[in-house]
Design a protein around this ligand. Sequence first.
Ligand SMILES: Cc1ncc(COP(=O)(O)O)c(C=O)c1O
Length: 407
Amino acid sequence: MRPLLSDRRQFLHTVAGGAVVGLLPDSLPTPAPAIAGNEFLLGEGLAYLNTGTIGPCRRETIKATQRAWETLETNPIAHYGRYAGEALIEDTRTVAARFLGCDLSELAMTTSTTSGMNAIAQGLRLNVGDRVLLTDQEHAGGLHCWQYLARHHGVVLDVVPIPRGALSVESIVSAIAKGIRTDTRVISVSHVFSSTGLRMPIAELSALARSRGMLCVVDGAQAVGAIRVNVRELGCHAYATSGHKWLMGPKGTGLLFIAKDAQAVIRPMAFEEGYSTYSNGNGVVNLPGLLGLGEAIRFLDRADMAQVEGHNLRLRNALADRLRASDNLTLVSPPAGSLASPLLTALLAERFDRTAFSRALLERHRVAIRATHAEFGFNGIRFSLHEFNTVKDVEGAVEAVRRELAA
Ligand SMILES: Cc1ncc(COP(=O)(O)O)c(C=O)c1O
């Protein structure tokens, strides 16, 4: 079978070695080696298309984490003590801030997207009757924090439906704008929907929020590491993301951006003294994990996020083109273009159960994907295409889906 795109693994080798190279030309044949034994520990023959749920760490990230942990344990107090640990982690925070396009004074290291979103919501002092505008596609990690404020502090949530199907930047911005009420204080949306992979027009929504004196808060769990993200260009007030998904960092790590001009109104308790990881607002942190995250970010930075995004989208579009013709399956992600992301979601015909279908793909075909979350209310399966994925993975997934649809 003719490969749809060039293989990426050789590219990863080159980048891991520190050389700055572009994507390999599309005409190169797909080399044979499996991921196992190369950059990742993924099982032999496993097509891992589920980075949106949890990403794999590269061997180098694991090594950097392990090295840091082993060094720290040679004399815990010397290394965990404020000043030694602080120097190491500040260096990582600097790298992370540059990666996201913000100042060091705007970037905190966290444990997850959810913890970042919680910090934002609890750091705001919203009053009874203040309103927060959300979409109906928010993941629990970016929703729970607002539901808490609604339940315990009298904050009112307005939910704008974003229907699956033909959409445009204008129609989305106009739907959100129509949802704004006199007491709306915050627009809080995902950058990329975990349900359909729709990429929200954050720059436009930030501009809208700013023009009305509101805050724009973004759940970036499905964006950072998958696509190029520059929070300054987006113009949002706060942005939370995970280290353990598309950044391919250690599990239980995350990043939180709060813009300088919002820091007076978003005041999380943990960052009252500033955003450095060692402060009186923070206890002991997972230093090895956060240092490992630094290694993972440095790698993606060298790989160049514009290139990574291009690769991810080309694979995603190739998968979409191949799946589109299948009976009993309908793509519900946006078509290729500005609303598309490296997540691709398909609706299954009713006679297939999405969870059993995903399990069958893994158990019978060694293709790892995820069934869409129950709360989104549709019978969907979701594919995540990241830089370590190849044309062979796409072809394997297409073949596996076809066989299961025919079973
Ligand atoms: C959009 C979105 N937000 C938040 C989360 C939660 O991420 P974390 O586990 O890092 O808190 C996820 C996880 O899938 C997600 O897709």
